[in-house]
Write a protein that binds this ligand. Sequence first.
Ligand SMILES: C[S@@+](CC[C@H](N)C(=O)[O-])C[C@H]1O[C@@H](n2cnc3c(N)ncnc32)[C@H](O)[C@@H]1O
Length: 208
Amino acid sequence: MARRLREYPDIVLDLDVLGEPADFTRIFGRPEPLHIEVGSGKGTFLASQAQAQTDVNFLGIEWARKYYRYAVDRIGRWGLDNVRLVRADAADFITRFVPDSSVACYHIYYPDPWPKKRHHKRRFICPVNVEQLLRTLSLQGKIRIATDQAEYFEWMKEVFVEFVDRLKKVEFTPAAGAEGGEIIGTNYERKYIKENRDVFTLAFEKKE
Ligand SMILES: C[S@@+](CC[C@H](N)C(=O)[O-])C[C@H]1O[C@@H](n2cnc3c(N)ncnc32)[C@H](O)[C@@H]1O
């Protein structure tokens, strides 16, 4: 029988009482740098990274209820008090709730590729969303991206060409919480490693 997933009200954000924009120093109870993971899935990266970087506040945004609940249960069981989770559409959440110049790093790992042409408009990496990432990033804030999809990777690079004046390309370094052979250590990445799939990465830093 499947284990019953527990709810941990202290680590989830309630959109009805959050306030626009949200006050993340109040939410975390401390003013540490804020990292946001877009599409945090089952919370595998968040859990290991939050353990490795206790001086960072991590927020995971996940749309799918099933994965979100799994991540809440996992983060709660691990007792990680530097992680919060919200069930929301990431683009909408960032636009409405994330203050200007408040994010030190966005983590976007293995975003849904939407391979059919008629679905490309659903891709998270698009000019409107990159504008929001830029608005909310602090100076020298980072955007870190990984994908196993070559075609989506080419698409991303084209999107970012529009932002060369405001984003500097930097080296993509492995995540602090990654284990042997991993680049980041997400759930999907572990599957892709077993399947010997190529992984493509990008990292940018916000210029002045
Ligand atoms: C391919 S999975 C990758 C999950 C995780 N990053 C990993 O590597 O294991 C993509 C995740 O992004 C979530 N997602 C897709 N679009 C989203 C959106 N607009 N807002 C929030 N989450 C989204 C999906 O529900 C899914 O859990």
